[in-house]
Design a protein around this ligand. Structure first.
Ligand SMILES: Cc1cc2nc3c(=O)[nH]c(=O)nc-3n(C[C@H](O)[C@H](O)[C@H](O)COP(=O)(O)OP(=O)(O)OC[C@H]3O[C@@H](n4cnc5c(N)ncnc54)[C@H](O)[C@@H]3O)c2cc1C
Length: 501
């Protein structure tokens, strides 16, 4: 017997993953995506023989991806092959121009730590063993749990297991206490940017990211990160989901306090028993819901800590780039000033830190022969304004810095494809609130029970999935958000990962 019908607004990682789960469980699922392709922030574009992943490039927590496929009875390896990156990444410091490679290999990392700071290797090992424990506790007691009241959070299990997690200490303080040198401190703090926060504002519970990074390692799906949304789309369709692209939703229809369907921008009305929004929560609240059902005011959303936006360059470059690894981080000397420019006093970074990904180092399919594919990202504050001329000047500055620090004096002249992407594009492409690239930052007051819930507090049969709700930001985390939304809809109360759907 067919179960209820569900409309999912948005075909990002969370929306697609939920579509597969609900489809398998017998629901009639329709995904409505405003753009011409699904994948959301993890889309691609192609130009002159290059394939650019537009957003994510770090494939971390492979166990979480594997779990998603497993509970659906699918074999992840039949969808894409995974390669472990070695080195995981290279960090270059602007202060002295030196580069360091990091591996997901305890002995190699210990040797590097000892070389930089005698005795630091053992400190690292002890710390990573603690973060392993943290990761296991978080996975089994927190991440797959839906929260309803503060008592769900501060319950017996959390108080006993959670006591082992440094919830209230900040990541910067934890790391600075253990390590003294610039490179080791930065190498163990940069992960907070993946969560959209500064190390000084990130609760110590997220030290588990150090385990994810330095132990579980960085992986790469053959063909690029887009293999992930492609697999999720294939699975959703396999289980009967209808996926409509170029289908922007203009509003959620609510009758007598219950979601009844959506209205498309074309005025077409679609009815359903359940509506799930994968679009950003602030945008859904302020734009898609009738005023009477909005949970928070614009003032409230404006007061939230937003994860950074980004200034991104997609570059196709002629010839080899020998100094660049698959993942590269270039860190400014004045780290605190850099974070201040993103969070405290939003301004375009004068001396930016940046991230450069060259997937063509691992995968020749993403660039034409004799060329390299570069994705360059400078984290900037959400809501920053700019003109096209300014964006061009900033692009030139970023390219000049890459040329200097990676010793490629002729870089600018070798660029055959160049596209920039920033705040305005995030707003127009994804309806991202103030153009944030990632959503709500993972500060303590925006984590777990304090993050927007995946069930609407006033409207029946209205749910959320994706980075804006629990657990939060990142592809694997959005897969978990799909499992949490699935449990909500199916009324499954237990706080553990599912065994099977
Ligand atoms: C530049 C960048 C780099 C990142 N790097 C990494 C990384 O390396 N590793 C990692 O794991 N994560 C990374 N992330 C984060 C990760 O990509 C996101 O957390 C995740 O993809 C978000 O998925 P989501 O389910 O929240 O949906 P989203 O990707 O936010 O998709 C939501 C969808 O809803 C659609 N939508 C919005 N409004 C409407 C409407 N009215 N009607 C219909 N559709 C609508 C949007 O078009 C979009 O397709 C990165 C993100 C960005 C932007």
């Amino acid at each position: 017997m067919q179960k209820k019908s569900v409309i999912i607004i948005g075909g990002g990682i969370g929306g697609l993953a939920l579509a597969g789960m609900l489809g398998k469980a017998g629901y009639k699922v329709t995904v409505l995506e405003k753009n011409e392709s699904v994948g959301g922030r993890a889309r691609i574009f192609r130009q002159n023989g290059f394939t650019f992943d537009m957003g994510p490039s770090w494939y971390m927590m492979p166990d979480v991806f594997e779990h998603y496929f497993k509970i659906l009875g699918e074999d992840i390896h039949s969808y894409y092959a995974l390669k472990k990156l070695s080195p995981s990444y290279q960090i270059t410091l602007k202060s002295d121009g030196k580069s360091y490679c990091f591996f997901s290999d305890m002995e190699r990392n210990k040797a590097l730590f000892d070389q930089v700071e005698p005795g630091a290797g053992n400190v690292l090992e002890v710390f990573l063993n603690q973060t392993k424990q943290q990761y296991e506790i978080a996975k089994h007691a927190f991440m797959y749990k839906n929260y309803d009241t503060v008592f769900d959070f501060f319950n017996w299990r959390v108080l006993t297991e959670g006591a082992k997690l440094p919830l209230f200490k900040k990541q910067r303080a934890i790391i600075n206490k253990k390590f003294k040198s610039e490179i080791l401190r930065k190498a163990l703090q940069y992960q907070t940017v993946l969560l959209g926060t500064a190390p000084g504002d990130t609760p110590g519970i997220y030290s588990l990211m150090n385990y994810v990074d330095l132990v579980l390692g960085e992986w790469y799906p053959d063909g690029g990160i887009h293999a992930v949304p492609k697999a999720l789309e294939t699975i959703a369709r396999k289980y009967g989901a209808e996926i409509r692209t170029n289908a922007p939703v203009a509003g959620i229809i609510i009758e007598e306090g219950s979601a009844k369907g959506v209205q498309l921008a074309t005025d077409e009305l679609l009815v359903a028993d359940i509506v799930v929004s994968n679009a950003d929560v602030a945008y859904t609240d302020l734009t898609l819901l009738p005023k009477a059902y909005q949970t928070k005011s614009e003032k409230y959303w404006n007061s939230r800590t937003l994860a950074p936006s980004a200034f991104i360059l997609y570059l196709g470059v002629k010839g080899a780039l020998p100094g660049i690894e698959h993942h590269n981080l270039l860190f400014t000397k004045d780290w605190e000033k850099g974070f201040g420019e993103i969070f405290a006093t939003p301004t375009w970074p004068e001396d930016p830190s940046m991230y450069i990904c060259m997937p063509s180092k691992t995968d020749r399919s993403v660039a034409p022969e004799g060329h390299e594919n570069l994705f360059v990202l400078v984290p900037i504050a959400a809501g920053l304004t700019y003109t096209e001329d300014f964006a061009q000047e900033y692009a030139n500055k970023v390219i000049a810095e890459i040329a200097t620090y990676y010793n490629i004096p002729d870089l600018a002249g070798r660029i055959v494809v160049q596209r920039s992407y920033s705040v305005k594009d995030f707003m127009s492409d994804y309806n991202a609130f103030k153009g944030t690239a990632l959503g709500l930052a993972h500060t303590l007051s925006q984590t777990a029970i304090f993050r927007p819930n995946n069930v609407h507090p006033k409207v029946k049969n209205l749910f959320y999935v994706g980075a804006g709700t629990n657990p939060g930001i990142g592809m694997p985390i959005c897969l978990i958000s799909a499992e949490l939304a699935y449990k909500r809809i199916e009324g499954i109360p237990h706080p553990f990962p599912l065994e099977r759907i």
